[in-house]
Design a protein around this ligand. Structure first.
Ligand code: SD4
Length: 338
């Protein structure tokens, strides 16, 4: 099926097949007014996460939602699965270290009221997303970094652990032999998990957690903990999250821009595509172009969702009542070798 038809099919699911769609009429006038559409049937809840490890994360988040857990708790539990998995090499425990051999983690979380919590450059704590939620719940701030974030985590009862596994240590030693920083597309700067949730009430939440780009400089922070770059949502409109080369996403306020384009009426896929194209254009003569990969996922208030990446290889996991938990391939702009 062509990509266009695939997209139309996805969009059509928003308005037909009502007997199989869970939910009720969207009462958010703002989104409909702005998009200039009649109210659609909301497909909810829906959980969307980046990359293949999103499947296990979705599974956990979904079961939490079904038990009646608040959406932010479902996100913390869901993305906590890859955070704890030593085989996921760009999130939490087992993540690739920086060039000094230190695993430093970034995460953020955001709720339907635009409250957010974020931690960056955090060492020794396996679940940065849970610390980010504590920042949201218990501090007057949005973001804590480095040693301060760690002290806060310890004061909240988190335990300090060594996050560098033998495998990641070995990979780092191999890298040191050449010490050339040139992220390998879809390998060394991917696997951030971002999760977007439209819950049963039709409210939108998101979270994002990563060990960031492999072999980064010590102290480097990517897009993932930055509200507006790695993650953004507006409960009137929708949510978006990014994966890929964080510097490029920060330069362009990527996720915030995807949400703004949805506000202007674009579908989630169209909005992701437009921002990927903008990022590509802005980097046309940039030194990062050779290893530039970015991808976005997005969901709107109606439960329509989509993703788009610059290069092939990006996929995301989607869980809804009708179709269960499955992987979907992102559309992309460039062929592999360009
Ligand atoms: C970063 N955006 O730190 C993150 C890495 C990533 O999917 O997304 N991986 O730049």
């Amino acid at each position: 099926m062509s990509k266009r038809r695939d997209f139309i099919k996805k969009a059509a699911l928003g308005t037909v097949g009502l007997s199989t769609v869970i939910g009720c009429t969207d009462t958010s006038k703002k989104a409909d007014e702005v998009n200039g559409t009649l109210p659609k049937t909301v497909k909810k809840p829906i959980v969307i996460s980046t990359w293949r490890h999103g499947l296990a994360a979705n599974e956990e988040a979904w079961s939490q939602l079904k038990k009646g857990a608040p959406a932010l708790d479902a996100i913390v539990a869901g993305v906590g699965v890859p955070e704890a998995d030593p085989n996921v090499r760009s999130v939490g425990y087992g993540g690739f270290p920086d060039r000094e051999g230190k695993v430093t983690l970034d995460a953020c979380i955001m709720n339907h009221n635009s409250d957010c919590g974020s931690v960056a450059f955090l060492e020794g704590i396996k679940h940065p997303i849970a610390v980010a939620k504590k920042v949201l719940d218990k501090t007057p701030h949005v973001m804590l970094v480095g040693e301060g974030a760690k002290q806060f985590a310890l004061s909240e009862g988190f335990v300090e652990e060594n996050l560098l596994t033998e495998k990641s240590k070995q990979a780092w030693k191999n890298w040191l032999e050449k010490s050339k920083y040139a992220p390998v597309i879809n390998i060394e700067n991917h696997d951030t998990i971002s999760m977007l949730v439209l819950d049963e009430q039709g409210d939108i939440y998101g979270g994002c957690t990563t060990s960031g780009a492999a072999w980064k400089m010590h102290g480097r922070v990517g897009d993932s903990p930055i509200i507006g770059a790695g993650l953004f949502l507006d409960n009137d409109i929708g949510a978006a999250a990014a994966t890929g080369l964080g510097e490029a996403v920060i330069r362009t306020a990527g996720s915030a821009m995807v949400v703004e384009l949805m506000r202007q009426g674009k579908s989630p896929t169209e909005a992701c595509k437009a921002i990927v194209e903008r990022i590509y254009k802005k980097h046309a003569n940039h030194k990062d172009l050779e290893y530039l990969q970015v991808g976005f996922i997005a969901v709107n208030k109606q439960g329509d969702y989509g993703g788009f990446s610059l290069r092939p290889g990006f996929d995301y996991a989607v869980f809804d009542e009708k179709n269960g938990n499955r992987m979907e391939k992102s559309e992309f702009k460039l062929s592999k070798n360009k």
